[in-house]
Unconditional design. Sequence first.
Length: 676
Amino acid sequence: MRIPSLRRAATAAVFAPALWPIAAASQATAAASAAVIVTGNPLRSTDVSSPTHVLSGESLVLRRGSTLGETLDGLPGVSSSYFGPNANRPMIRGQDSDRIRMLSNSGVPLDASALSYDHAVPIDPLVVERVEVLRGPAALLYGGSAVGGVVNAIDNRVPKAAISGPTGAGELRYGGPSTERGAAALLETGAGDFAWHADAFWRQTDNTRVPWYPRPDGNGGSVMSDQILNSASKSYGGAFGGSRVWNSGFLGAAVDTFRSDYGVVAEPDVTIDMFLNKLTLAGEARDLGGPISAVSGQWLVSNYQHQEIEGSGEVATTFKNRGSDLRLQAEHRTLSLGGGQLQGVFGLQTENADFSALGEEAFVPSTSTRHLALFALEEYQIGAGKLVFGGRVANARIDSEGDGPGQSQFGPPQSRSFTPFSAAVGGVYNLSPQWQLLGNLSYTERAPTFFELYANSLHVATGAYEEGNPNLGLEKGTNLDVALAWKDGPNSVTIGAFGSDFSNYIALLGTGQEVLTDEGLVPVYAFTGVPVRMYGAEVEGTWRLLEGKQTLDLNGSIDAMRSTNEASGQPLPRIPPTRVTLGLTWRMGDWMARAEGIYAAAQDRVPTDDPPTPAYTIVNLSASYQLRLAGSEGIAFLRINNIGNELAYNATTIATVRPLAPLPGRGVMVGLRMNF
């Protein structure tokens, strides 16, 4: 049974908050989180209605991988597209590409990672100080591209507060299945009203070692191999920023660069040479007089390029994406209303991007994309309950330049314009000091991307001929997310469920046809709008088994979901399987040790053109020691992943690459991070 009534309910709830029955109560609120969630939470509340996860400090150091996808993979509801070890984008609840918003300090850096699975995300986890993951629709603040969730990589490249004296950090890493050699350094200082930041990183890896597996030879046979061919990489970069800060605000700027050279595992003789240069201007003024209490803004300018280079050294294709992201928002003064407190923000966002792809593997034309959006978010606190509601309306224009030099597949120039609208209402209710109920209901619309509209050529990375559809309409969906959370000291449990009903979901689906190309006969896939239903559940918890000078915690998580194309009755491709994670964490003084087992069930609920993926169990071990040297603090760590050297494949990897790139085998990583 479909649930179209949810769409009307979500829209009505935004403009009629009185319909939300949150009664006043005198119960004490639940204990506040130690860290305020930044992403999707401009009002700096300690409680948020959407499911979130934060990595920082020791937890980030121990989980940190060579990419954000690897770093976040395994969090509840989060997986990775895994196009080998170098290009893997985070997936949230089975959604990726343009439905997951990748942010840097809440800004939108332009790249090409959503366009193709072999395009890496130009953010290195080595210089990230905090990562926030917002699961579920977050479109109010970040647009239709956040319908599946948000990943926000946060650093302090534009300092927001005064810095007294020089401080900094350094990190060294070595080992793992890719024999990674990595280093990063950060230095911050201040003088009077000014604060400064500088950082740099370097990372190099060899081909990733895996258990022996039958690697397809391209001729219908296979050869045994113990590594992922053409998976070596090298990346480096850094940033410099500064701000003038005062008690109630700051104004600053930063420049940064990211450069990477890495192999494409689907093409043994092709490497990618990538760079992203960024300029960020940001500022905030608080404690203003009048009805507006604070204003803030950020302008991010990006210059992205990557070249696909063949073994002969010839540049086959050059991708460029240049443009800017501007966000301005104002917070109004808190108002007393009906026995409660109302506070909120409103603002605008503009995104401008000019994309070009020139060369023999260009499967999309050169395009320009222009977005302008207005948004508002309000929070109403009354007694033990809180209601959050808001809306966003945008205008999106996507223009194709048509055929460029040497091209004939894209036709004449074309233009499309869209006006997507999104609305949401969420609530947090503290049932007792230990129990909390959370819910979020939203209606979202997303404008098609330039590649969903205008692609029309062989896409070598996917091994398919991809056809866009310039007549696509808005992607439209209704989403419901509920959770019950319990916390008592070190013990906690969160049980959540979600569902999404899309009347028009833009999916890349097989047509059953084949076309003859220079690579031979390849299948034809087309971007098509279909009705889709998704639903699932996520459970995570921690239980203190031993208390005293030594502590022992049992923790674990389960996530599962289903996704169905309602038009054909078939599952959507590349949906993550049910996963169960169980771990034991022991601590005594400065010592920590952890054992973790991850079971991924077989994914055999797949469409006819996507083969099933076998189940696997991987065991990881880690240990760390907190250092204190001459007034400085740090952590030394040892990590052994896949200790049993289990051969495993990722169900969320595209079918043509999955047999070429198993998950990494056994690897021992050691590292040291010092803060001074």
